[in-house]
Design a protein around this ligand. Structure first.
Ligand code: AMP
Length: 289
């Protein structure tokens, strides 16, 4: 079957409903397009788990501030379509902003509490409301059995899991590992903004996270000391400005003073005008050096 490209909500809904009625499982991979190997790892998992695979390509305006890169966010739909055809995807949902948000739209989904008060929520206070709202809309349109999200956006993943539980969506959220370039930089559509010098500097995110892991493996348990070393490393690298570095509990996202159980070390760094995020999960009871 050739890939279907659908721009209207009504067509996406009726096609997905038909699959459900025929007893077929539906997998959804929400994306903002400009696809790379990170996205494709989610698509491959969805392809192997489900009878019918839907990938949404939508740059969601409600998760950007006016000062952010909504207007310049990289796009290449023809290339995305080719990549998704090669992966055997069944349907691309590619709606316009007008289709997703009518002018009178005034309903938003907001996850509250600790999950949305630190890390990315500090410098992007609007962000998770926009993400939760668009993902809830996609869930209502596609009604998937499973939806795939990357650990690359660790806080987003936790927030979606919370929303699915709190709003009783009958959907399995499947978390997927971070896909990286060979030098450790996490794949991201925004990496395309980096010039060669900035691209070299950008590896400091992964190097700082690896350094933290080494310190913990050597027995260090004080978050402050680990964060101070990471900060020093990043500040010594050209083009960088730290947005945040933090060590939090992987479930509550509460900052941890000491590392006694599994933690998420999360980092956001500006490389000149490009904000990159990365993270690793570390369980001190289960360390391999
Ligand atoms: P985006 O297009 O950036 O909104 O990302 C769409 C989905 O792909 C999200 O669930 C991301 O977490 C996931 N994703 C993006 N980059 C990566 C990566 N390097 N590895 C794994 N998943 C990723």
């Amino acid at each position: 079957m050739p890939i279907q490209i659908v721009q209207s909500i009504a067509d996406a809904r009726s096609t997905c409903r038909l699959q459900n009625r025929q007893g077929k499982s539906v997998g959804l991979v929400p994306t903002m397009g400009f696809l790379h190997e990170g996205h494709l790892s989610l698509v491959r998992q969805a392809r192997s788990d489900n009878d019918f695979v839907v990938v949404s390509v939508f740059v969601n305006p409600t998760q950007f501030l006016p000062s952010e890169d909504f207007d310049t966010y990289p796009q290449n739909f023809e290339q995305d379509q080719r990549l998704l055809e090669d992966e055997g995807v069944d349907l691309i949902f590619f709606p316009s902003t007008k289709e997703m948000y009518c002018s009178s739209n005034s309903t938003f989904v907001e996850v509250t509490g600790q999950l949305t008060t630190n890390l990315c929520a500090i410098s992007r206070p609007h962000f998770f409301r926009g993400v939760a709202t668009v993902v809830a809309k996609l869930f209502n349109i596609v009604e998937p059995d499973r939806a795939y999200f990357g650990h690359k956006d660790a806080q987003q993943l936790a927030i979606i899991q919370r929303m699915v539980q709190d709003l009783n969506f009958d959907i399995e959220v499947v978390p997927m590992p971070i896909v990286r370039d060979s030098d450790g930089l996490a794949k991201s559509s925004r990496n395309s903004y980096l010039n060669p010098d900035q691209r070299r500097s950008s590896t400091v995110l992964f190097r700082a996270l690896q350094h933290a892991k080494t310190l913990i493996t050597q027995g260090e348990r004080s978050s402050n000391r680990i964060l101070a070393e990471m900060e020093k490393m990043i500040q010594a690298t050209e083009y960088t400005r730290i947005d945040y570095i933090n060590i939090v509990c992987t479930t509550s996202f509460e900052p941890q003073e000491y590392i006694n159980s599994e933690v998420l070390i999360a980092i956001a760094v500006w490389i000149t005008n490009t904000r990159l995020i990365d993270s690793i999960r570390i369980d001190p009871a289960n360390l391999t050096s």
